[in-house]
Design a protein around this ligand. Structure first.
Ligand code: SF4
Length: 495
């Protein structure tokens, strides 16, 4: 579906028209699209190729798509209709920035006149944070992440049960070679629009990341996120092992836990076993660095769990001692009994222990790759909202203005600017675009009271009601996204 652009288009002698929606300023031949594929020359008219998306709050069930008719005519007043929200997806951009945003739309909510300013922001300063629910080693911290051989970001600090990537940002988009910028922009666009991207980490793994789907690490689809570190796993399940086994080691790249030494084991009166672990003891029953990071047991490089054990202390250990070794996902487990020489001998897992191993697996959440887009809306695009941009920033900080991204809730960082993060899976499909400067194009909406908008120096002469829009694609609002017009909406997610 196409929507006539609101932008003026300058015609040339050869029927090309000039798009001025971004700094590239394409000349577009009849029947052709511009460099970003977002605008086209339709018989001399500059048109937006993608539909402008409006969200409809579903009153009852039904399909995902509902018709939107925007031809009701305008009587000059604000529109009653809090069940419909104008997103910036497909709205278009303005360049240069002092031009009013493409759509500044009025509505009435609970008797209060509201306004939503929508614009597709062009973000050179933007990136994504990727959370990969796996203990497997994806690469050293600070290692470059590459797509098609080009550096597009790096591995950052691992978080609890997840490996983290920081991708994009102005240095990769504009600070390197032209190819690096283009590949980075392409990768961000694919990730933000929910498509899979294959990437490699220097000195690490090959990954396939798709927002909201299980990550693939070295070709292996990750199944489970660990239940906790080895120490936490001991703390959670110690009681379930009491009386069924003499010793438990939970193997983990971060903290490997040992039941008999751990405080949980002490509280249960579990006797010492004479077990000795390699690695560095942190506190009783908690060991760091038992092995190297890897893709084996508990995110270590070991395939044989006995590799992390030293000889049992003969003063304490005894033949027949029962030992369970398990990883933090339950994916790996092994059971041993000590022979007369106090050497662990593999045995079948006793039925009494099967349930505890299964329970570790059961308590693991499905492994996902999640992608958060992060962009700064505190710069020049503010001029499309108000003639006095700092007032928009203050209004956001004061929670008078609610920021959304394609209708999805965002988290606005504390501190300077309007730096926000959004889970890309909460936006409608293909909500992100790009321009070849290169930069990502992301939808941003600012919703506030009409009187606050006037007070901040808003472009009041460009406010118009929803019914004055020419048409668009109505999508059903996601039930798990807060409705942008809800009272106190701005206070919910702003830091
Ligand atoms: S890249 Fe796209 S938005 Fe920019 S001028 Fe060309 S057609 Fe217009």
């Amino acid at each position: 579906m196409t929507v006539p652009s609101e932008l003026p288009a300058a015609a040339t002698a050869d029927d090309k028209i000039r798009c001025d929606a971004c700094p590239v300023m394409c000349y577009i031949k009849p029947g052709m699209a511009g460099a970003c594929d977002r605008y086209a020359n339709d018989d001399g008219r500059l048109v937006r190729v993608d539909p402008h998306v409006l969200l409809e709050r579903a009153v009852s069930g039904g399909g995902d798509l509902v018709a939107f008719g925007g031809d009701a005519g305008w009587d000059g007043g604000v529109v009653a209709g809090p069940e419909r929200f104008v997103t910036a997806i497909g709205a278009g951009t303005t360049y240069p920035d002092y031009k009013p945003a493409p759509f500044i739309v009025s509505s009435q909510v609970d008797g209060v006149d509201m306004v939503t300013v929508v614009t597709e922001g062009i973000f050179s300063y933007c990136g994504v944070k990727v959370k990969i629910d796996t203990d497997r080693f994806v690469g050293p911290e600070q290692a470059s992440v590459r797509v098609a051989g080009e550096a597009v970001g790096h591995v950052t600090t691992g978080e609890y049960g997840s490996q983290m990537l920081s991708l994009g940002g102005v240095h990769h988009l504009t600070g390197g070679s032209k190819k690096e910028g283009r590949v980075t922009c392409d990768a961000l666009l694919e990730l933000c629009n929910g498509r899979p991207v294959e990437m490699t980490v220097d000195g690490g793994a090959t990954l396939v990341i798709e927002a909201g789907k299980a990550p693939r690490v070295n070709g292996q689809l990750e199944q489970r996120m660990r239940v906790g570190c080895g120490s936490a796993t001991i703390g959670i399940f110690a009681k379930q092992w009491e009386g069924k086994v003499d010793e438990v080691v939970v193997v983990d790249d971060h903290i490997t836990g040992v039941l008999s030494e751990h405080q949980a084991g002490k509280l249960l009166g579990i006797a010492e076993t004479g077990i000795r672990l390699k690695g560095r003891r942190s506190t009783p029953g908690r060991y760091f660095q038992v092995a190297q990071p890897g893709t084996g047991w508990g995110g270590t490089d070991i395939d044989d769990p006995l590799a992390i054990l030293g000889a049992f202390d003969p003063k304490t250990a005894y033949p027949g001692l029962r030992l369970l070794m398990v990883s933090t996902t339950g994916e790996h487990h092994a059971y041993f009994e000590l022979d007369e020489s106090l050497r662990p001998v593999p045995r079948d897992l006793p039925a009494a222990l099967v349930e505890s191993v299964e329970r570790i697996s059961e308590n693991c959440e499905p492994a996902l790759a999640t992608v958060l887009f992060i962009g700064g809306a505190g710069g020049s695009l503010r001029a499309g909202v108000t003639e006095n941009p700092v007032r928009l920033t203050r209004s956001v900080k004061d929670a008078l203005t609610y920021v959304t991204c394609g209708g999805a809730p965002v988290y606005v960082w504390p501190g300077g600017g309007i730096t926000f993060m959004v889970d890309v899976t909460r936006l409608p499909a293909n909500a992100f675009g790009y321009v070849p400067t290169p930069a990502l194009v992301a939808p941003v909406e600012f919703t506030l009271r009409l009187d606050d908008y006037e007070a901040m120096g808003g472009h009041m002469g460009h406010v118009r009601p929803l019914s004055s829009l020419g048409g668009g694609l109505g999508l059903r609002h996601r039930d798990d996204n807060p409705w942008p017009f809800s009272p106190q909406a701005a206070r919910r997610s702003h830091g």
